[in-house]
Design a protein around this ligand. Structure first.
Ligand code: FES
Length: 110
């Protein structure tokens, strides 16, 4: 299947070092702008499967075990931004490739 880049927002809609939530094709996605990281922007599902609420975009971003992670604001589990994998539990949230081009942020949809 070919990957489709979907325009989601402007770079200026993102917050440096923190998350924002976006609705893409009826699904809530949490976007994290981490300029120090290699990828710059990460996109994971906004739904916290442990806390059972759309809160991931409100979590704290940190660098842990050599990965950029977000700590869920509810029960503080850490989710790896690049893969959606939870560090403490065997659970994963969806993740998407993201890219900045000019002032635009795109995520890859399959
Ligand atoms: S962990 Fe990267 S594609 Fe699923």
């Amino acid at each position: 299947m070919t990957m489709q880049w979907k325009l989601v927002c402007k770079q200026s809609d993102l917050v440096v070092g923190a998350g924002v939530a976006a609705m893409v094709n009826g699904e809530q996605i949490a976007l994290f702008y981490v300029p120090e990281s290699e990828k710059k922007v990460f996109a994971i599902g906004n739904w916290d499967p442990i806390g059972k609420a759309n809160v991931m975009s409100r979590g704290l971003v940190a660098h842990l075990q050599n990965e950029w992670v977000v700590a869920s604001p509810l029960y503080k589990q850490h989710f790896v931004l690049a893969s959606g994998q939870c560090i403490e539990e065997n659970i994963k949230v969806p993740h998407w490739s993201a890219k900045l081009e000019d002032d635009n942020l795109y995520i890859a949809l399959n």
